[in-house]
Design a protein around this ligand. Structure first.
Ligand code: NAP
Length: 283
């Protein structure tokens, strides 16, 4: 029941019709019997500043931010966490005493998924990441802070990979470098964990981010793409007897962390996971 006391949370995006977040957060509010609801807001890019200015006057209690607003929202916020500042993108807004605080929970979401769903302890491990965009930045920063031994980035645009590895080294002190496609077999042979942080796998005809032969049974292979649940990379990894981690876990835990930031309560992870799974088409 919506009443005059119901707390309203939501997501700003454009388009926002396909978001899985309302299902996940409303299931959590219901499980904890919180008088709260979560709604999608289709905010046109030209009207983002107006929409953000309305958050406090309308009494909204917290927001997720998705494409295409994650970077563009930053100038309109009052504060940014160190993580969101490094990543240069915000996916969660906390409303605190009339001020808006921008967080990015993607990297921490990935870390929790690694620990809780793959039982993988990142400390002293060697990581190879494909991609150098926002998701690679978030995951790379969190892994560096979690004490991995090294991170290697491989990207279509090599300058972006070089820039990201420089930023990670400077910010965290973690050993980080970029490699070219001709070095992929060597980099993969040294790595414990391979992570796809490109959109390759979203479309049926996409190529794998790396040749299948470089994957072996010593790897944990993670795909940040979560729809389809089992991407071509994860299917190839299974064939090569590697352990796998689908991207749905990162999506789940970035939401779990947002929920905990907003409510100060421990999120009902099992209920949120079931709500997410119900919405993902099976392949
Ligand atoms: P982004 O900032 O646009 O970066 C995309 C990266 O992928 C860039 O490094 C880009 O390389 C590379 N790339 C794009 N198309 C490519 C292609 N056809 N071949 C090779 N490389 C390609 O996007 P993002 O925010 O990092 O997101 C990347 C993917 O991660 C998304 O598609 C999404 O599926 C996934 N993701 C998942 C979660 C989750 O919760 N599971 C969260 C965030 C993102 P260039 O630099 O050369 O353009």
């Amino acid at each position: 029941m919506i009443s005059g006391k119901t707390k309203v949370y939501g997501i700003f995006g454009h388009p926002v019709e396909h978001t899985f977040s309302p299902g996940m957060h409303n299931a959590a509010f219901s499980k904890l019997a919180l008088d709260a609801c979560y709604v999608p807001f289709p905010v046109h890019p030209d009207r983002l500043s107006e929409a953000v200015k309305a958050v406090v006057p309308l009494g909204l209690c917290g927001l997720n931010i998705t494409v295409p607003h994650k970077e563009r929202i930053i100038p309109y916020l009052d504060h940014l966490t160190e993580e969101a500042g490094f990543i240069g993108a915000v996916n969660t807004v906390e409303v605190e005493n009339g001020e808006l605080i921008g967080h990015n929970t993607d990297g921490r979401g990935f870390l929790r998924s690694l620990k809780e769903e793959a039982n993988f302890a990142p400390r002293r491990k060697k990581i190879l990441i494909f991609g150098a965009g926002g998701a690679a930045r978030a995951v790379g920063f969190s892994l560096a802070r979690a004490g991995v031994s090294s991170i290697v980035f491989l990207n279509r645009n090599p300058e972006k990979a070089a820039g990201l590895s420089r930023d990670i080294r400077a910010k965290t002190g973690c050993e980080s470098r970029s490699v070219s496609f001709s070095d992929v077999a060597h980099a993969a042979a040294e790595a414990d964990c391979l992570i796809n942080a490109t959109p390759l796998g979203l479309k049926k005809k996409d190529l794998l981010p790396v040749p299948e032969q470089v994957i072996s049974s010593r790897h944990l292979v993670c795909d940040l793409v979560y729809n389809p649940l089992l991407t071509p990379l994860l299917k190839a990894a299974r064939k090569r007897k590697a352990a796998i981690l689908p991207g749905l876990g990162m999506l789940l835990f970035q939401g779990v962390i947002a929920f905990e930031i907003w409510t100060g309560k421990k999120a009902p992870v099992t209920v949120m996971k079931a709500a997410l799974f119900r919405q993902i088409p099976r392949v």
